[in-house]
Design a binder for this molecule. Structure first.
Ligand code: BEZ
Ligand code: FE
Length: 287
């Protein structure tokens, strides 16, 4: 019989988890055990602290469902999500950089034509986001589907609401033959991440700002190119320097220019003032 001591417990646990039949799972689990044990040793984890952590994880599971992704939120505020994005999307510096997916993307958004309005009458300042989708050589990328989603005027996503009959502030646009695209929506605002759960409880015990700067999400998964999940942020928005999920990048900050009533980028006219944001998405070919 092998006696377990404080000194040999890590080796014993590593040895046991190294038996995972999938070699990658064995690598992940043995590293996890080593780092967890190192953590517990470093902070001299007490039993009360261990129990508090177990209860926090339990509450995180209990509040989660297919719309409330509290573990993803935990990963986001710990900087883990963004670290994983950075390591897995080392794109050419001239390509549009990736950032976090976040918990509010909904698959199957409706398709809209060039300049179609995804805000569908919701209150807010009309905003046109337009430009081209191109590759690193400057060649237009036609037929690229841009899956777009954002929060409403109050910082609420469709996924946070109960039953909603129609898609709300989300749509798919397709770039034209010359690579151009045009999204019509409302200007986004900064918002707080959900603070009514275990992640909010923890953040509330710190000086961390729980806000994200105004942004719109984009997902471009174009055959032959590296998939791109990203945001565009409004230049000058609050919280750009303190984004609670570490998702902000300078290359993704775009000027929102105020325009008087008149012609709009979709070829129509607006009877009210509107806002223009121009951005060219640059995709990198899949290697
Ligand atoms: C978002 O931008 O939708 C988001 C990202 C991470 C955590 C919470 C929200
Ligand atoms: Fe968001």
């Amino acid at each position: 019989m092998q006696l377990v001591t404080e000194d040999n417990i890590t080796d014993l646990a590593v040895e046991r988890w190294a038996t995972a039949r999938d070699p990658r799972l064995a690598e992940l689990m043995t590293a996890l055990v080593r780092h967890l044990h190192d953590f517990a040793r470093e902070v001299r984890l007490t039993e009360a602290e261990w129990m508090a952590a177990m209860q926090w994880l339990t509450r995180t599971g209990q509040i989660s469902d297919d719309k409330r992704l509290e573990f993803v939120l935990a990963s986001d505020v710990l900087g883990l999500s963004m670290l994983v994005v950075q390591m897995n999307h080392r794109l050419d510096p001239a390509a549009t950089p990736a950032t976090v997916l976040g918990p509010f993307h909904i698959a199957g958004s409706p398709e809209l034509g060039f300049g179609g309005d995804m805000s569908d009458g919701l209150p807010g300042q009309p905003l046109f986001v337009h430009g081209t989708v191109r590759d690193l050589d400057g060649k237009p990328v036609p037929d690229a589907v841009l899956d777009v989603w954002q929060a409403d005027d109050e910082g609420v996503y469709e996924a946070q609401l109960g039953e909603v009959d129609e898609a709300r502030l989300r749509a798919k646009y397709t770039s034209r033959e010359d690579g151009t695209y045009c999204v019509r929506t409302i200007a986004p605002k900064g918002y707080t991440i959900p603070m009514d759960g275990p992640v909010g409880d923890l953040i509330g015990r710190t000086e961390i700002s729980h806000f994200r700067p105004a942004h719109i999400h984009f997902l471009l998964d174009v055959p032959g190119y590296e998939p791109l999940i990203t945001h565009l942020f409004q230049e000058g928005a609050d919280y750009l320097d303190s984004d609670v999920v570490f998702g902000t990048k300078q290359e993704l900050v775009v000027r929102f220019e105020h325009r008087p009533p008149g012609e709009t980028p979709d070829g129509g006219t607006s009877s009210e003032p509107w806002v223009e944001a121009r951005y060219d998405f640059v995709l990198q070919r899949r290697s």
